[in-house]
Design a protein around this ligand. Sequence first.
Ligand SMILES: Nc1ncnc2c1ncn2[C@@H]1O[C@H](COP(=O)(O)OP(=O)(O)O)[C@@H](O)[C@H]1O
Ligand SMILES: Nc1ccn([C@H]2C[C@H](O)[C@@H](COP(=O)(O)OP(=O)(O)O)O2)c(=O)n1
Length: 230
Amino acid sequence: MSDTENLTPVITIDGPSGSGKGTIARLVADRLGFRLLDSGALYRLTALAALEREADLTDEATLTEIAAGLDIRFELRDGETAAVLGGRDVSRDIRMEEVSMAASKVAAMPGVRAALLQRQRDFRQPPGLVADGRDMGTTVFPDAPVKVFLTASAEERARRRYEQLREKGVSVSLRDLLEDIRARDARDMNRETSPLAPAEDAVELDSTGVDIDDVLQRVLQLVHERIGGD
Ligand SMILES: Nc1ncnc2c1ncn2[C@@H]1O[C@H](COP(=O)(O)OP(=O)(O)O)[C@@H](O)[C@H]1O
Ligand SMILES: Nc1ccn([C@H]2C[C@H](O)[C@@H](COP(=O)(O)OP(=O)(O)O)O2)c(=O)n1
């Protein structure tokens, strides 16, 4: 790790699906003028590339090769970060439920995780980074000065996902979503490599019944205490 990297602050936000990581990470990054790493998008892009190639989702060697060779860029388009795979904007495709399920399978493979590690660390550039995912505070940026572990009950997370998909015009059943969330939680928490778990020095925030602005204020307060500034 270079000296610049050591001096560049990272705020990690880990937690289960629907806990609000992506929303809070974006707001914190905007407020501080920091870069943003949506690490889940990398697993989703690997899953999408694998599905499009009709690869065997249990074949770790092939999936590792796909992860290592991904041609991806994140671009700012109309104020939103677009995920670009092989020149194609796949921002919508990677949010599909089929890709979500495949991503959590692909993410359980140590080879895939190793292939994506350096790509994630490369996002650490001045003035700072906000990184959201499952293992940002434990494996990818263990020296981050601010680590948040965001949770919410499975029922509330399924409801949030339901509303989010409904707004996008996608029709799904709340029951199916709750089942999917539970299946994904179990897979993310029980895998051997970098399971979803709070880092020892993470601050746990339960966002059940807490609105987005209140969660944001708590995280900003933590940033203020740990690294100064806003
Ligand atoms: N504290 C909160 N209260 C209510 N809704 C929230 C809260 N945090 C996030 N949401 C909403 O829940 C949905 C999922 O949030 P998101 O940031 O995508 O979660 P994650 O990245 O953890 O999967 C979004 O529609 C978001 O607006
Ligand atoms: N750092 C990360 C980020 C995501 N993952 C896995 C876990 C999830 O099943 C998928 C997709 O993650 P993503 O954060 O986009 O998913 P949610 O928005 O929380 O539903 O990737 C991971 O294993 N490690």
